[in-house]
Each structure stands twice: as C-alpha cells, then as structure tokens.
Design a protein around this ligand. Structure first.
Ligand SMILES: Cc1cc2nc3c(=O)[nH]c(=O)nc-3n(C[C@H](O)[C@H](O)[C@H](O)COP(=O)(O)OP(=O)(O)OC[C@H]3O[C@@H](n4cnc5c(N)ncnc54)[C@H](O)[C@@H]3O)c2cc1C
Length: 396
C-alpha cells in the first residue's frame, strides 16, 4: 500500500518480495533501518510458487534472528544425512558424523509465508503489483526507483537500492554493460517436479543416479512429498501423466524404496530448466544485488535459496554498519565477500549435477569417471566429509 501521495522516501529501497527481499527488509527494520519493498506480483502469487525446501544451518539461524523462525522450529524436519543411490544400491552420507551439523527441511513457500507474517507484524511497507520498475541515479548518493502502481506514476527515493528481484528482474540489467560480467552454463536437461499429499518414501532425501536419468526423492513435511525426474529439455508437463511419472520414478530408485513408495494424485507438476549463472560485480554504486538476481545454481545441491540468505546476511551487516557505525567497509567489500561464497556453492552444485545426471554427449569414459567418483564417495571418509561440509553449508 502506498500511503499519501505517489512520492515516497526510505533508507533502503528493495525490489522484489521473494525470500531475499523479505528477509533483508525484516533484518534491517528490526535494527531500526527503514525499508520499502516493491513486488511485481500479488502476495497470493508469490506464495503459490513451489520451490526450494532444504535450509542450511546458517539460514535457519538467520530466520530465527529475523524473528521468523518459530513455525520452522516447530514444523521443520532436521535432517542429519542424505542417501546416494546408483542402480539398486544406496549409501548414506552422515552430516552429523562428518560436520557435527545438519540441515532443516522446510518449504520455501512456508518460509516466505512466515516472513510476510513477520513483516505484517511490524507494519511493513510492501507494495505489491508494481509495474514498469526502473532504477535511476544508482551511481549518485540519491538513487531512486520509478514505478507504476494503481495507475499512478510513483517515485521512491532512497539511500540505497537493493535488487532482490530474481533472475528475470530488472536490477541486474541496470548495471552498465561495460562493468557487468556474466558467466553461464545451461544444462541439456530439466527437472520434472511432482508434489503429492503422500508420506515421503524415505525419512531422508534420496539422490539417485540411474542410466535412465537422475531422480530425487524429497519432501516438505511428513505428509507432503516432492519428487523429481531428470527429463529432456523438450519435454512438456502435459506429456507426463501422474502414472507415467510414478512408473519412471520407481525404475530409477532402488527396488527397496520403489516397493514402499506411496503414490497419489499430483498437487503440482512443473519442469524447471537447470542453469549455473553468476553476475559480477554484485554492487554498482548504490545498487546492490542479492539472491537469484545475481546468481543461479542447478538445484542438485539445494543451494539456491541458501545463497540468497548468505547474500542477505553480508548485506544486512554491511548496511547496519553504515547506519550505526558510519563504517562503509562492509559495503565496499560486499561484492567480493558474497561472490567468494557464491562461487564455492556454484562449484558444489555443478559437481553434484555432473556426478548424478546422464548427459546426452556422455562417452563411455565419462560414464566410468562418474561411476568411479560415486565408488570413491561410498568408500572414502574424506570424500564423504567434503560432500557433507558443502551440503550443510560453508560458514558465512
Ligand atoms: C522452479 C524453481 C525450483 C527451484 N527449486 C529449488 C530447490 O529445490 N532448491 C533450492 O535451493 N533452490 C531452488 N530454487 C531456487 C530458489 O527458489 C531461489 O534461489 C530463491 O527463490 C531465491 O530467492 P530470491 O528472493 O533471490 O528470488 P525470487 O524467489 O525469484 O524472488 C524474486 C521476487 O522479485 C519479484 N520481481 C521480479 N521482477 C521484479 C520487478 N521488476 N519489480 C518488482 N519485483 C520483481 C518476483 O515476482 C519475485 O517475487 C528453485 C527455483 C525455481 C525457479
């Protein structure tokens, strides 16, 4: 809601009301720094998106710190390991043993709902269904954002603008092309995801490498399962009936799991392409990028949402130091600090994708390398510790 006239002033203008934008707004306002969030879609639309579900312990801590962790602590599932399977065999990577740490399974949809509630409780200024958003004067001390809302031309003046507007947003594109560098790998397959009101086949996630393609058994809660199949990019959701999905999943996971799999009608089914992407720098003057606006990972390592959280951590700390201590060193270092962690998560997500999927151009040699790597993981404590360390999340 825009109060009074169509010209606003705030300290930090945040573009995008997804997890990054909401979490940043919440952390800043709890520390006394005013923000306005501009979101292109309605709240209902944002809350209907089914996406990530595995939270690193750093993100769990950050949500608690933001005062948005109560329901997550009640309903989230603490996971201390995952299963890796190949053909009919599986083995477990024990996070607790190798890192002393764990992850939390809690859906992005629920987490976003919690953040909206926490923001409502503080009477946050979140403007939904904005159009034609543009960032101006990002290189000056007085950047501002213009947009249309309710048929009116509006202007939001600020000290800083933060682009939390996802991969397709406008913020990254505002950075001068002579400065912006983009690094990308597009994978030659997608993930077909199915959500069903059924108990999960396993208490922990199963990552299955199979000659017919990768499969993942995941969950959102004890009655809500999320399964994925690697599919060709050309496939459409319409081509996959629920029955065909379940049949294919059973072929790709170990027989023991397939026999106990409870199937049911899909609540949601969609295909997501897989991409690795990084934009550098993540700061341009007084414009900062957070989350998917700056980087994308394939979901194989469950890192997308978690990277958004570590960006928000670094940027919120830096902005608070600017406002509370008159110290800009965190803002000056933000891009380099965030990118150092981003690239490590990119490496992990890329290596998990390469390890577990079938690639169309794969040679017999490549297949043997994949098999050898999985064998190594099964038998080496050091390899398991490395996977576990990356999966639970590198420190902030
Ligand atoms: C289909 C799908 C499945 C995924 N699955 C997983 C997974 O299993 N595990 C995992 O870790 N990650 C997953 N991800 C990634 C994860 O969901 C993202 O990393 C996470 O949502 C990033 O949060 P964000 O707030 O940075 O961006 P987003 O969630 O994309 O939020 C950006 C917000 O900005 C708004 N916006 C866009 N443009 C504008 C504009 N011009 N003006 C105003 N607002 C704008 C959008 O409407 C959106 O609400 C998945 C992503 C997708 C797309």
């Amino acid at each position: 809601m825009i109060k009074n006239d169509s010209s606003l002033r705030t300290r930090v203008a945040i573009i995008g009301g997804g997890p990054s934008g909401l979490l940043l707004s919440q952390l800043l306002e709890r520390a006394g720094v005013e923000t306005v969030v501009l979101e292109r879609k309605s709240r209902e639309y944002v809350l209907s998106r089914i996406r990530a579900g595995v939270l690193e312990s750093g993100m769990v801590e950050l949500l608690r710190e933001a005062g948005a962790g109560q329901r997550m602590d009640r309903e989230g599932l603490v996971h201390e390991g995952i299963y890796l399977a190949r053909a009919n065999r599986g083995f477990r990577i024990d996070f607790r043993r190798h890192t002393g740490n764990s992850v939390m399974v809690y859906g992005q949809t629920e987490l976003t709902r919690d953040l909206y509630q926490a923001r409502d409780a503080m009477d946050a200024n979140i403007v939904h269904e904005v159009e034609q958003v543009e960032i101006h004067a990002a290189q000056s001390p007085n950047p501002y954002v213009s947009f249309r809302h309710d048929g009116r031309e509006c202007r939001l003046e600020s000290d800083f603008v933060v682009g939390c507007d996802g991969f397709h947003g406008i913020s990254r594109k505002t950075i001068d092309s002579s400065v912006l560098r983009e690094f990308e790998r597009v994978y030659p397959f997608g993930w077909l995801g199915l959500l069903s009101q059924t108990p999960p086949v396993s208490e922990e996630l199963i990552y299955a490498s199979h000659e017919r393609g990768f499969a993942l058994c995941s969950m959102r809660n004890p009655q809500l399962s999320r399964y994925y199949l690697q599919v060709p990019l050309e496939d459409s959701v319409e081509k996959w009936s629920d029955e065909a999905f379940w049949d294919e999943l059973k072929r790709r996971i170990p027989a023991e799991a397939a026999e106990t799999l409870v199937t049911g009608a899909s609540i949601e089914k969609s295909i997501a392409p897989l991409r690795s992407f990084v934009a550098e720098p993540m700061r341009w003057g007084r414009l900062f990028l957070c989350g998917d606006a700056a980087h994308i990972v394939p979901p194989t390592g469950a890192k997308g949402l978690n990277l958004a959280a570590s960006d928000v951590f670094y940027l919120s700390q830096a902005l608070l130091r600017h406002y509370h201590d008159n110290d800009d060193s965190g803002l000056d270092d933000y891009s380099a600090t965030a990118l150092a962690r981003v690239w490590k998560a990119e490496r992990f997500s890329w290596s998990m994708t390469r390890l577990l999927h079938r690639f169309p151009e794969q040679s017999e040699f490549d297949l043997r390398m994949q098999q050898a790597e999985i064998d190594y993981l099964e038998t080496s404590v050091a390899a398991q510790a490395s996977l576990a360390e990356n999966y639970v999340g590198l420190p902030y």
